[in-house]
Write a protein that binds this ligand. Structure first.
Ligand code: NAI
Length: 426
């Protein structure tokens, strides 16, 4: 039996649809890039006849991308890319569209999560849009027969691109994928500003605690870590960075942050936020040194940055002390609070709405033009990970600047010639 859609799983689908529709409309009103692309796509139908399978965080901004792909002529089947980040009302509103089927549901177990991914694949996709790589993995492992009819796909996040590059290096990636994450229009805004703003605001809303005067430990000073650190410092927190990459540790030091190993930071921090995309960043030896009442959260893609199994083993009791906050009490009476089960806090906490709308307008603008590119120029991309062509990224930036009424300079002919030449010297 095939996996049920969200509509088949809800008690009151019409009510959910209505709520979800409001969220989607609000987001769409603030997404000028997606609005401009929607007009173009509706007129030109670049995806006519295509079937898009998506595994993304199913909330309002993602819904706008989903609808724009459907308006471009595609049939779309969507599910979540995280068990906790789906908004059921948004999922129901999408499922009401005759060109879209949504299997995304909030709070699913592992079995249901993968069954929903498989359900999208039963639509025989020709394009895949992924956030984290689970869809691509499912196709390669369980549905390899689909690969011959898949034109290509797009990957949204650092961890997904990392997985795809590892597959590619092993010769195991069998169709072309755009590394959407790696474009300037995505990474310099979504990872930096989006993760910075959304993680901090969600931690604040979930705990109702202030940033001012806190010692905030940020693990990883990559794109996400930079944004979190800057915005925490902007709210008068003292920021401590932990890193494993010497140049990034040095960069953090030169930005004025304290840099130290996690073993030391563990004794200092009031709030800890992991942004590494790696595993076992905060483990038993760190829990043992932490102060009473610390708050731990994760913004990396998977929930393996904080070793919750080890924390559970150390704890004499665990209980929910606020919605989305679980307190682990240790034998010596210290309490350690974990937000959103260690899943990415800006999307999985009970109040989470994900990144700000404007930021996702950019990320999904890149996604939309990449899907169009993959369909229109499929013969130019062989199996493997591909950088997004720079002119597509520029196109999205130009739409955004035009919508904001911001003008900028153009190179003159002489400047172009000068910059392209190696013969001009002193
Ligand atoms: P990045 O590669 O730019 O940065 C990760 C940093 O963590 C690197 O500087 C690396 O040296 C450092 N690192 C790795 N292991 C470490 C360890 N054990 N201790 C301390 N530092 C360590 O990656 P980016 O773009 O910042 O993404 C990080 C994670 O966040 C990824 O999983 C990505 O998929 C995810 N992400 C989450 C978003 C969200 O909405 N919460 C949005 C965008 C990305």
């Amino acid at each position: 039996m095939s996996h049920p859609t969200i509509t088949e799983q809800l008690d009151d689908p019409p009510r959910a649809r209505e709520e979800g529709r409001k969220k989607i409309e609000w987001a769409r009103q603030h997404m000028p890039i997606m609005t401009a692309l929607a007009e173009e796509f509706a007129a030109e139908q670049p995806l006519e006849g295509e079937v898009v399978a998506m595994a993304m965080h199913v909330e309002a901004k993602t819904a706008v991308l989903t609808e724009v792909l459907a308006e471009a002529g595609a049939e779309v089947a969507i599910t979540g890319c995280n068990p906790l980040s789906t908004h059921d009302d948004v999922s129901a509103a999408l499922d009401a569209d005759e060109d879209i089927t949504s299997y995304a549901k909030h709070e699913v177990d592992d079995k249901e999560y993968y069954a929903a991914i498989e359900a999208t694949l039963e639509h025989d996709p020709t394009i895949t849009v992924d956030d984290g790589g689970d869809l691509v993995m499912a196709i390669h492992e369980d549905y390899p027969e689909l690969i011959t009819s898949i034109i290509g796909g797009c990957e949204e996040t650092t961890t997904g691109v990392h997985r795809l590059r590892a597959m590619d290096e092993d010769g195991e990636l069998k169709y072309p994928m755009f590394a959407v994450n790696d474009t300037p229009m995505k990474r310099l805004f979504d990872n930096v500003h989006g993760t910075g703003e959304a993680s901090l605001s969600n931690i604040a809303m979930t705990t109702n605690l202030s940033w001012a005067g806190k010692d905030v430990v940020v693990a990883g000073y990559g794109y996400c870590g930079r944004g979190v650190a800057k915005k925490a410092a902007g709210q008068n927190a003292n920021v401590i960075i932990t890193e494993v990459e010497p140049r990034r540790a040095l960069e953090a030091h030169m930005e004025g942050y304290d840099v130290m190993p996690m073993a030391e930071a563990a004794t200092e921090g009031d709030v800890f936020l992991t942004t590494t995309g790696n595993r076992d960043v905060i483990v038993e030896e760190h829990f043992e040194r932490m102060k009473d009442g610390v708050v731990l959260a994760n913004a990396g893609h998977f929930n393996i940055e904080i070793d919750l199994d080890a924390l559970d083993d150390l704890a004499v009791s665990r209980r929910e002390v606020r919605d989305g906050v679980e307190e682990f009490e240790l034998t010596d009476g210290r309490r350690i609070n974990v937000l959103a089960d260690g899943r990415l806090v800006n999307l999985a906490s009970p109040v989470a709405m994900g990144h700000p709308v404007e930021v996702m307008d950019q990320s999904f603008g890149v996604q939309a033009v990449c899907v169009r590119e993959m369909v229109e120029h499929s013969d130019e991309y062989g199996p493997g990970v591909h950088e997004v062509p720079d002119d597509l990224d520029r196109e999205v930036a130009e739409i955004k600047l035009a919508a904001e009424g911001i003008e900028f300079d153009e190179l003159t002919g002489e400047q172009v010639e000068y910059m392209d030449s190696w013969q001009h010297g002193t």
